[in-house]
Each structure stands twice: as structure tokens, then as C-alpha cells.
Ligand binder design. Sequence first.
Ligand SMILES: NC(=O)c1ccc[n+]([C@@H]2O[C@H](COP(=O)([O-])OP(=O)(O)OC[C@H]3O[C@@H](n4cnc5c(N)ncnc54)[C@H](O)[C@@H]3O)[C@@H](O)[C@H]2O)c1
Length: 339
Amino acid sequence: MKRIGLMGCGTVADYGHIPVILNTPGLTLHAVFDPDPQRLRFVQEKFGLANTYQDEASFFASGIDAVTVTSPAPCHLANIRAASRAGKHVLCEKPLGMTEDECREMIDCTARAGVMLFTGFDYRFSPAALQIRQWLRDGAIGDLRSLRLIYIWNCHGKRQRNDQGLLVENARRQGRMDEGGPMVDCGVHQIDLARFWTGSEVQSWTAAGAWVDEYDAPDHMYLHMQHDSGAHSMVEISYSYCHTCQQPVNVFTYDLIGTKGLIRYDRNAKILDMRNQDGVFTMPFAPEKNFAALYEHFRDALAQGGSDVLPTGLDGLMAAKISREATDALVAQCPRGSK
Ligand SMILES: NC(=O)c1ccc[n+]([C@@H]2O[C@H](COP(=O)([O-])OP(=O)(O)OC[C@H]3O[C@@H](n4cnc5c(N)ncnc54)[C@H](O)[C@@H]3O)[C@@H](O)[C@H]2O)c1
């Protein structure tokens, strides 16, 4: 049984990581850390957790084998430095770091400490993502030439009701925009999928963006990536698609075009199909996230001392680097950027 310590008891820990760790055979959630006592109390009561820490040293001394980092992205480097000093393996949420340099330091400090570092790109483990990769490997659509990956949504909306029922600015959304906006925060998943499905490194990229609202970073962005294989990927990400609407809608799709066919995934329509010269092949729909498989692979990596399957620190670095450089280039050009 491997004992996991979790750093950052916020939203994704609450709906994803904590329940999944608790349900993964071979793992136990031994300790959780958060500087916010309210968040600690919330998860302690909700999940019946015994060991909760506001003090990092006590958390690391509690007898854990590995940590999972689910704090906000600007805290990841400090958390990973501390885990390395304590000799603990790390599974870190995306985006791995705020910059390429931060990611390099994470890779270096974990390597020096002799501990493993993995990036929590859970989209890779969705049965839909794995089915798409299988179709590609089987040559079902011939040579993969074009990927169009779209996620446009309201990022929880511009305003939310506070305890008094008043509409106030949504601090969570503002935080995500301050950290770099939709491509840095969400688009890293799509960038990683493009690298995963093509099996090919990104050679060059260009970006375009729009400022729907008053943020430094563009809140609606397009990224065009050219892969070594010759394939092209387009990622479209928005945080301002209906962000002020009473009844928001969203779009989440993958389209992969090959020389002999097409693969489509549509989250809202619940479509996963492949069509080629032989007909249309429909597979059961699956959501885009799969934390359960992520933790099964993390458990196996801890048992075996390595993994051929889990996304690495370098995978996290590549997605963080591309998304950050693309966003920064737009901010530097745009009159609305750095107001
Ligand atoms: N894979 C996914 O699908 C997915 C979904 C949502 C968020 N995320 C990622 O997960 C991370 C957390 O996102 P969230 O939405 O849960 O954020 P959140 O703001 O809801 O929660 C973050 C928690 O971390 C705590 N925290 C603050 N400073 C800390 C520190 N120094 N060390 C440890 N904990 C600290 C906060 O008190 C809070 O409880 C981000 O990197 C985000 O991009 C991933």
C-alpha cells in the first residue's frame, strides 16, 4: 500500500483527486496539506480524513511515500522543491509550471533528489483518447494530417453570487486569467493530446487571440502547431464564450483528419466515431477526463520505480512552454494586453 500526501485541497482535489485516491486499490490518502484551514476542515469533514496539515514540515514527516500537487499553478514549483527535499515522488497537476524555466527546475530538482516527476494530464487516459490513439495506430484513417481541438466555455462565468446573494466578480476565473489565461491553463491538455496522438514533437507554432473582456491575457485563443511528422494541430480555447450569459453553452470537440478518413469526438453530443472507406464505426462515448486511470498508473509507477505510460516532466514542460510563449507573444503585440 503506497501512502499519498496531497498538496492543495481545492476544487480539483475535491471532485477528482481525493475521491479517486480513496478508491484506488493499492493507494491510501495518508495526509493532506493546505495553507487554508477552511479548505482543510472542508475536506477533512467531507472525506473523513485523519491527517490534515497546515504545516509543510509535519506533512512531509507524516510517513507519506509520494505527493500529488493540486495547488494553484504558481505554487507548483515551491511544492515540488519541498517534495524533492523530502525525497518524495511527485504527480503534479497541469500546467506543470508557470514558465519553461520553472519546469526545467522541477525536472532538475526531482532528478537530483532521485524521485520521479509526472504531469497529471488525465485527458490522455480517457477511454475516448485511448480509442482515438488505437485507431491512429491501426491506420484506420491513414496518415494523420490535421487535428482540430476545441474547448470554448465560460470558465465558471464572470460573476457569481456571494454568501449574501450579491453578484460579485468570480475570483477563481480571475485567478486563471492572471495565471496566463485559457491556453496556459486549459489548452495545455489539448497541446499534450496533440503530441500524444501524433507521437510527434511540435516543430513550430503561431497563435492568434481575441480580448473579449478586460484581461491582460487573451481570453479567446487559437494556436497552430506544426509537428515533425508534417501534421498540423489547431487548438481553440476560450474562457469568454458566454461568460456573462445567464444560460451559457460550450463546445468541446476533437476532429482528426487523415488521408483515409476522419475521427470525431463531441462531448456535448456524446459522439465518438471514425469513418473511412469501409463505413462508420461508433464507439461508446466517454468523458474527456480519467483521474482513476491516472492514479492506477501512478500506483504502478510507485511500485515499479518508473512508468512508460504516465506523462513526464518533459511532457509538462513542452505544453507549458508552448502555451506560455504563444500567450506572451500575443500579450506583447496587443493594445489591450498589459493595460
Ligand atoms: N486536470 C484537470 O482537469 C484540472 C481541472 C481543474 C484544475 N486543474 C489544475 O489543478 C490545480 C488546482 O486547481 P483548482 O481549480 O483545484 O484550484 P483551487 O484554487 O480551487 O484550489 C487550490 C487549493 O490549493 C491551496 N493552496 C494555495 N497555496 C498553496 C500552497 N502553497 N501549497 C499547497 N496548497 C496551496 C488553496 O488554499 C486551495 O485550497 C491547478 O493547477 C489547475 O490548473 C486541473
